[in-house]
Design a binder for this molecule. Sequence first.
Ligand SMILES: Cc1cc2nc3c(=O)[nH]c(=O)nc-3n(C[C@H](O)[C@H](O)[C@H](O)COP(=O)(O)OP(=O)(O)OC[C@H]3O[C@@H](n4cnc5c(N)ncnc54)[C@H](O)[C@@H]3O)c2cc1C
Length: 414
Amino acid sequence: MIHEIIIVGGGFGGARVAKLLAEEPNFHITLVDKSRYHTFYPNLYEVATAYLPEAFGHLPIDFVDLKSSAIYPLEDIFLDDINVSVLEDEFLGADFKKHFVNLRKTGKLRYDFLALAMGSETNYFGIPGMAEKALPLKNFFDALGLRNAIDELFFRAPKNQLIKIVIGGGGFTGCELAGELMGYMDKLSRIHGRPRYYAECLIVEAAETLLGSASPWVQKKAKARLEKLDVKFMFKSAIKEIRQNEIILGVGSKVPYDLLIWTAGVKASESVKTLESVKLEKASCVPVDKNLRIAPHENVFGVGDITYSVDEATGKSLPMTASVALREAKCVAENIKRMAAKKPLLYYRASHPGFIIPLGGRYALLELYGVRLSGLLPWLLKEFIALKYWAGLLGWRRAFGLWKKGLEIHSWND
Ligand SMILES: Cc1cc2nc3c(=O)[nH]c(=O)nc-3n(C[C@H](O)[C@H](O)[C@H](O)COP(=O)(O)OP(=O)(O)OC[C@H]3O[C@@H](n4cnc5c(N)ncnc54)[C@H](O)[C@@H]3O)c2cc1C
């Protein structure tokens, strides 16, 4: 008997579930994504701050290189997996009782097992003016738009006038972006003949520290690193409203800006709101049980950023990270195999090995399995993890080509 598996979302979680199930001969897997591409988010910073030397007469323009360093066609990822079909279509909802999903182009598609992995999107928290005036960094096109907006700002602003780029949010995305941005601003200042001190990057953060969820060691080191790069900070500064070139803070003061980037909020993909009979939790996430099923539907699983799953050890919900999505994907793939074989299911066990956060140039902070490091070594390790990630999807040969492109773009940026 062939089991029909539908996976919605070909990101970190969904693509991994599909890869892990692809080796099962009695499964047919349909991977549905509204986009043709799989996005490698950690490389979006490189795209957002890509210095393209060709623009100044050195090399021919190569946006294709830029694109292929961060996104990869899903069909190519599953080229050799004959039991995986990739469908470019948008998920509009599901009938959990009759076991079918509703897709914009295809219509109804029946499943035996369903895995939902539609990821997350920017959350503007209803702050007046934010969605209209701030730039997000949540996909490849956001990153490209951001890069071009900064380039254009340096091109247009009078050379003797301060350019002020403000990042809303001092979390992981805000800090990583600020680190990369400083190098980009150095180059743009040189190219456009502007004194470097006429361009500033400011992080506006509601809390008292950067990286609220990290340890005090990481918070201190990250602040010191960004200070060294000349990033400015404002803490305890919740944003209340955005006006034209002016941020209104909760305390009543105003902060001028030329370009505002919003990195402080994420919520589950809007598409989860179509799920009937599912009561959404914090950040519109879908609650899952210990087997990562969307109760009470026994053959429906949730993976990655869309899920609300509480870690029993800490009592907190799991963060929206690639590492959580990949670990959940492994558990979901195993549980689908077990359900098909009528075996007892696995419990998902959260673990927190730690993380690496790059902060501009070839510098990163690492806090992993109790080990703490800063500087070049963690940055190299992060690069190796990226290579290993791609190898898991494409095999080592193709992964190496793609990884090299990311490195090339990084070295243009250096
Ligand atoms: C700039 C940036 C940098 C990051 N860096 C890191 C990092 O260094 N380390 C880390 O651990 N995490 C990082 N993250 C977080 C990480 O990328 C996410 O947690 C991870 O991608 C979640 O995986 P996912 O499968 O749930 O969602 P995604 O990987 O986002 O995949 C969701 C997929 O679903 C598709 N989709 C959405 N809605 C629909 C629909 N209605 N129909 C069909 N398809 C749909 C989307 O097109 C997408 O392909 C970063 C995030 C960003 C934005």
